[in-house]
Design a protein around this ligand. Structure first.
Ligand SMILES: Nc1ncnc2c1ncn2[C@@H]1O[C@H](COP(=O)(O)OP(=O)(O)OP(=O)(O)O)[C@@H](O)[C@H]1O
Ligand SMILES: [Mg+2]
Length: 362
């Protein structure tokens, strides 16, 4: 008997819907298949517009949530067809939704997506709104992947550090002994994506090739690193609420830098803030996942910052770096149905363990 779940992730990069089909029936979960369905351009624009305050945003958010769920249902149809799997065989979908506000300090975080509509369109139970319960318990509601990283990637007698380089970069420390820890390190790809879009009209800097043609600007890098958020102790999390094109523009006022040098500096900002977080752990290897794992220039900079640490990806641990996040939301959906707590208070700062998610039956 199989025990199948689907995880859906639409992250801060707004690049696409990652969908993973996972089978939990054997002792160790198994990734059956996965795909990334590009976000339809109109939906991407809608979601991007909702990242900042605007006119009649409740109405626009509701419409975007519907469009998001339709796109998710299409991605699921494609995934199930490819895997020759019927919807009835899937126990639940873990749907992260699209974050449009993340303000745990004010007691809320908002991921949109019409879970009722997704249940209607797919005929599968949907679990959504994974972050709110942790926030209600005074946690950051993020990162949520460390418990999953622990379940899948921990190895006794070895400290392992994982960094997911999505729009935002988040780190998990799986120590040789003691508590798993984790926190958001800062921007992953979000600023590099915004800058190359603005200058070259491309959605991302493939392999970091453009950044590699530039020179890091040390004073600009120091000015960016002076952002007070970086000095905050964990638990901490962040998003587009803080790190967006306007944040960067404010730092560039009055400067006349070459755009490629700014790109190199943004890449260095991501590398430096990850290295600062990893440094004290002194791990033998750093396992990257998320789209940023493909950025060769970022990996080169990380190697320079962490000469004692081998920079590799989760592929070495048996999971393609592109599917770790979607895989995590399949795992989180299962944890919810089984009423198993899935937050780590040491990571999020919540008052205690909590079952995460809201169930929308098919
Ligand atoms: N070949 C590549 N070279 C450089 N960067 C890449 C490459 N492929 C993907 N990326 C980067 O990865 C980003 C997408 O990463 P990913 O899907 O992991 O992030 P996300 O959707 O923001 O998810 P999350 O924030 O939840 O981790 C792209 O926007 C791009 O910046
Ligand atoms: Mg993505």
């Amino acid at each position: 008997m199989s025990d199948l779940y689907i995880g859906l992730m639409t992250g801060t990069s707004l690049d696409g819907i990652d969908a993973a089909l996972v089978d939990f029936s054997a002792g160790r979960p198994h990734l059956v298949d996965a795909l990334c369905a590009p976000l339809p351009e109109a939906l991407r624009a809608q979601l991007l517009a909702l990242q900042s305050a605007g006119h009649d945003e409740l109405h626009h958010a509701a419409l975007a949530a519907n469009a998001h769920s339709r796109a998710c249902a299409a991605a699921i149809r494609q995934l199930l067809e490819r895997a020759a799997c019927r919807a009835q065989e899937v126990r639940a979908i873990g749907n992260h939704g699209q974050t449009i506000r993340h303000r745990p300090e004010l007691g809320y975080t908002l991921q949109i997506g019409n879970h009722a509509l997704l249940a209607e369109l797919t005929g599968i139970d949907v679990v959504g709104d994974f972050r709110s319960r942790d926030v209600a318990a005074n946690g950051q509601g993020a990162p949520l992947v460390p418990a999953f990283h622990d379940a899948l990637f921990s190895r006794e007698g070895e400290t392992r550090v994982l960094v997911n380089v999505g729009g935002i970069a988040n780190l998990t420390v799986l120590p040789e002994q003691g508590n798993v820890t984790g926190w958001d390190c800062g921007p992953g790809n979000v600023l590099m994506d915004a800058w190359i879009q603005q200058h070259l009209g491309r959605s991302y800097d493939a392999d970091g090739a453009w950044a590699a043609t530039g020179c890091v600007l040390p004073e600009l890098l120091q000015a960016l690193l002076a952002e007070p958020w970086f000095a905050l102790p964990a638990p901490k999390s962040t998003g587009r609420d803080l790190f967006h094109a306007g944040w960067l523009a404010a730092h560039l006022t009055g400067r006349r830098d070459r755009p490629e040098d700014v790109q190199a500096t943004l890449c260095a900002l991501t590398a430096q803030t990850i290295a600062d977080a990893v440094h004290s752990q002194n791990p033998a290897a750093l396992y990257l996942c998320g789209g940023g794992a493909h950025n060769a220039e970022l990996r080169r900079m990380l190697s320079c910052e962490l000469p004692q640490t081998r920079i590799t990806t989760t592929a070495e641990l048996g999971v393609d770096p592109d599917w770790v996040e979607a895989y995590a939301f399949a795992w989180l959906a299962r944890a919810c149905l089984l009423r198993q707590p899935a937050n780590l208070p040491a990571v999020t700062g919540a008052q205690g363990l909590r079952v995460l998610g809201a169930i929308y039956p098919k």
